[in-house]
Design a protein around this ligand. Structure first.
Ligand code: BES
Ligand code: ZN
Length: 590
């Protein structure tokens, strides 16, 4: 089936890339990668070949026999530059020699002071959704899969890791790490990290890379990963990527986690010393099936990745943490979903599961595919019962492994396998209509632990503040639900009071602080400002910092502080975060 994808310049009816062999040399002084890449296509080229690229400095292009002409013939802020390769008629392989730009959107080059150890620089990539093109010219679309090999040369004292199998290490003036990726991946799952890294084994298939200064804490926090894998396999089928390792990044990493195959990239803010945020790992691990094995064909079908993964995450969490805990997560997520839908408008097309066709893959309501997608899949489960739905999940994974599929292809499969779902669930409405179905027509989450919090919130509305004893044994998600449920503005003394009884400084949980600062800003608690600066100056996780930036923009007293604060910290952030904050500021004319 022909796939239309507005996020790529490439002609998806052309021969697709099937393999790339990379030689990469990492230059920390210039902030560039020098790359020689040999591409092999599935079939010979007819006419010209177009590839996606972003600020790539192409130096040479050739086939085995002759040099090739090229031209960057179309340019766009979002899509980058279209690389038009000429003279490839009838050929099915070619080599490009090029250098990446210091402004490559996928790469963050950190100086030593931005790392845990403080002595060595660090580099990491983040390609999802459409940033791989800033590392190498490619068909940067999730419907194209290729295998690869890579030789990565780094300064002698550093370690390179990739979302691939490590083969050997060659020592010399530089150190060269050899990798191969035998399983075909879409370009957004290409990933590289370089730094002063140590490794600890966690189990037979699991391990963790982190800077030596934090490796012990990291290994303790995620010691249960092997058990997680076994639970995930029960639900989703055999794990087909051999190893599952983690790479702990510096705090500027823009996400909580990124499901790079074999090697999840992770924020260090997930290391709480309590094992309290390991559902993040459950999520990234579940992507090994829902996302990496069975992939959304375009970013409009993003819910196939994130909705399915969130659903799988809830199922695994239910086994590992119990139903009470899972119900609480679900209730919290429903509130979060409604809030983010209200922000863009309940009738906005960004609240549909099938997203509008746009060249920019980032939606203004990024949590919709996660939670609306998850709630839709829960409805499908309710319609046929857990047992039948579980058989369906296994069959779905097995039938589409290493393939990319559209929402429509998924619905065809669902109809063929579980036609009863369509009798009980208004599938059309869930997928193609905005907002959420009427509350009485679906199984909205209910939670005992959430209700406890709601009672405390109701009492607070009546003027009764909770005591420290009341909240001290709360589950992490109860604290989150409490902060989420507080009125938008509260008296300044109450900001101080909640800071104290919830022990927010001591707990040092970025999610708590994010919710709390939004309330403080709106409530005029100006004393919070230095802590916000400290937080936004180190942490890049967008889920937590963008709400604070938004709150500061929307509040009179703090508006004038945002741009100068951002300018002071911008160098410490990944290009992805910088662009997101810049977008918010520009929209507000700041
Ligand atoms: N794949 C996403 C991260 C992502 C999404 C990167 C879109 C680029 C574009 C990852 O699996 C994810 O969802 N991370 C979440 C955490 C998760 C537990 C909800 C995050 O980073 O907050
Ligand atoms: Zn995800």
């Amino acid at each position: 089936m022909e796939i239309k994808d507005p996020t790529t310049y490439t002609d998806l009816t052309q021969g697709k890339i099937k393999r790339i062999d990379f030689h990469i040399s990492v230059d920390f002084s210039r902030h560039t990668l020098d790359i020689e890449a040999r591409y092999q296509l599935q079939e010979p080229v007819r006419g010209s070949l177009y590839l996606d690229s972003f600020k790539i400095d192409l130096k040479e292009a050739h086939t085995d026999g002759h040099k090739l002409e090229w031209d960057f013939d179309v340019e766009d802020d979002v899509l980058g530059e279209r690389l038009h390769l000429q003279g490839l008629e009838g050929e099915s392989s070619f080599t490009l020699i090029f250098r990446t730009s210091p402004e490559a959107r996928a790469l963050q080059w950190l100086n030593a002071s931005q790392t845990a150890g403080g002595n060595y620089p660090f580099l990491y990539s983040q390609c999802q959704a459409t940033h791989a093109r800033s590392i190498f010219p490619c068909q940067d679309a999730p419907s194209v899969r290729f295998t690869y090999s890579a030789e990565v040369q780094v300064p002698q004292e550093l370690v390179a890791v990739m979302a691939a199998e490590q083969l050997e290490v060659q020592e010399g003036k530089h150190t060269t790490f050899l990798f191969k990726m035998p399983q075909p991946i879409p370009s957004y799952l290409f990933a590289l990290g370089v730094g002063n890294l140590a490794f600890r084994e966690l189990g037979p298939r699991t391990g963790i890379y982190a800077e030596p200064e934090i490796i012990e804490a990291a290994a303790w926090e995620f010691a249960e990963n092997e058990i997680k894998m076994m639970e995930a396999e029960k639900l989703l089928g055999p794990y087909l990527w051999e190893r599952y390792d983690l790479l702990v990044l510096p705090p500027s990493f823009p996400f909580g986690g990124m499901e790079n195959p074999r090697l999840t990239f992770l924020t260090p803010t997930a290391i709480l010393g309590t094992r309290g945020q390991t559902s993040l790992i459950t999520h990234e691990l579940a992507h090994a099936w829902t996302g990496n094995l069975v992939t959304n064909a375009t970013w409009q079908d993003f819910w196939l990745n994130e909705g399915w993964t969130t659903y799988a995450e809830t199922r695994i969490t239910e086994v590992l943490e119990g139903k009470d805990s899972e119900d609480l997560h679900a209730a919290y997520n429903e509130k979060g979903l409604i809030a983010s839908m209200e922000r863009v408008g309940m009738d906005s097309p960004y609240t549909c599961l099938k997203l509008p066709a746009e060249k920019d893959a980032d939606s203004p309501a990024p949590t919709v595919p996660y939670y609306k997608g998850c709630f839709f899949l829960r409805e499908c489960e309710y319609a046929v019962g857990r047992e039948r739905f579980d058989d369906f999940i296994q069959k779905y994974m097995a039938s589409f492994q290493f393939q990319s599929l559209t929402t429509e292809a998924f619905l065809d499969f669902l109809k063929a396998e579980l036609p009863q779902v369509f009798e009980k669930v208004n599938v059309q409405q869930w997928i193609y209509e905005p907002g959420l179905p009427d509350a009485n027509t679906w199984h909205r989450p209910t939670s005992r632990l959430y209700d406890e919090v709601q009672e405390v919130l109701n009492a607070y509305q009546q003027g009764i503040r909770p005591t420290k004893e009341q909240v001290q044994d709360w589950h992490r998600y109860q604290i989150l639900s409490f902060l989420q449920g507080l009125p938008k503005q509260i008296p300044v003394e109450d900001c101080q009071y909640f800071d104290d009884i919830l022990e927010l400084e001591k707990r040092n949980d970025v999610a708590f602080f994010s919710h709390f600062s939004v309330i403080c800003v709106a409530s005029g608690y100006e004393a919070i400002l230095p802590r916000i600066e400290q937080y936004i100056g180190t942490i890049g996780r967008m889920l937590y910092i963008l709400p604070i930036v938004r709150a500061m923009i929307e509040t009179d007293w703090s508006r004038g502080y945002v741009r100068p604060l951002f300018e002071r910290v911008r160098d410490r952030h990944h290009q992805i975060t910088v662009n997101a904050i810049e977008g918010l500021l520009k929209k507000a004319r700041l």
